[in-house]
Design a protein around this ligand. Structure first.
Ligand SMILES: O=C(O)[C@@H](CO)OP(=O)(O)O
Length: 248
């Protein structure tokens, strides 16, 4: 038995374009991001990878990306599951800040520690910060457990239990799963799927809008380690662009 899992980072968002730390701030896709999402849907069709169920975060850039990709693939009718545990990493007090300015103010080492270290979160965001999620009704059930900052380790700890129950549950039922999420929440999942070390995950970046296909064996281990981007050439270029963010 083999299983098909497709990971899709949302298309370019307004704040990707503006070079701002985003995290849980609910920004929209740009026109380019919407086009990337539709192209993602075409790639699913071209590769005969038609999802039976879609899992998304609670953030509109992932929700809209999934919607546009599924519209293009004529699969808008499939079952939808949304959960905060697929959300982007909460970027704490950095949310809304310009990446280049933070790099210049704090230096390359601190910038990269906040951005890519496994277990050092940025400072917590204050509840009265304009980019705080305090009081956002979609997180009301979380109460005091709602994060005010997260490192990648925190994302692994919330996302993987969801993956192991909800996503593997759907795969076991024979469904092709589309998982529409975010740069860092997908890095958490790829770390787990490919057994990447805490150190090496710092160097892994995920491009926007290009489906990443994992074929899993009966033990849910990848038969294609690292996954397969459905547009490998575009992925190569876009991965470098993510790595270079914050540099002038
Ligand atoms: O700002 C963010 O939330 C993420 C994803 O866009 O950025 P980075 O790649 O710097 O972790």
């Amino acid at each position: 038995m083999a299983y098909d899992l497709i990971l899709l980072r949302h298309g370019q968002s307004d704040w990707n374009q503006k070079n701002l730390f985003t995290g849980w701030v609910d920004v929209q896709l740009t026109e380019a991001g919407r086009a990337e999402a539709a192209r993602g849907g075409e790639l699913l069709v071209e590769n005969n990878l038609l999802p039976d169920v879609v899992h998304t975060s609670l953030l509109q850039r992932a929700i809209t990306t999934a919607h546009l990709a599924l519209e293009t693939a004529d699969r808008l009718w499939i079952e939808v599951k949304r959960d905060w545990r697929l959300n982007e990493r909460h970027y704490g007090a950095l949310q809304g800040k310009n990446k280049t300015e933070i790099r210049e103010e704090y230096g390359e080492e601190q910038f990269m520690t906040w951005r890519r270290s496994y277990d050092t979160p940025p400072p917590e965001i204050n509840d009265d910060d304009p980019y705080s999620q305090a009081g956002d009704p979609r997180y009301a059930d979380l109460g005091d457990a709602a994060p005010k900052t997260e490192c990648l380790k925190d994302v692994v700890e919330r996302f993987i239990p969801y993956y192991e129950t909800e996503v593997i549950g759907d795969l076991k039922a024979g469904k092709t799963v589309l998982l529409a999420a975010h740069g860092n929440s997908l890095r958490a999942l790829v770390k787990y799927l490919d057994g990447i070390s805490d150190e090496d995950i710092a160097g892994l970046n995920i491009p926007t809008g290009i489906p990443l296909h994992y074929r899993l064996d009966e033990n849910f281990k990848p038969t294609n380690p690292g996954g397969t981007y459905l547009d490998p050439e575009a992925a190569k270029e876009a991965i470098q662009a993510v790595a270079n963010q914050g540099k002038k």
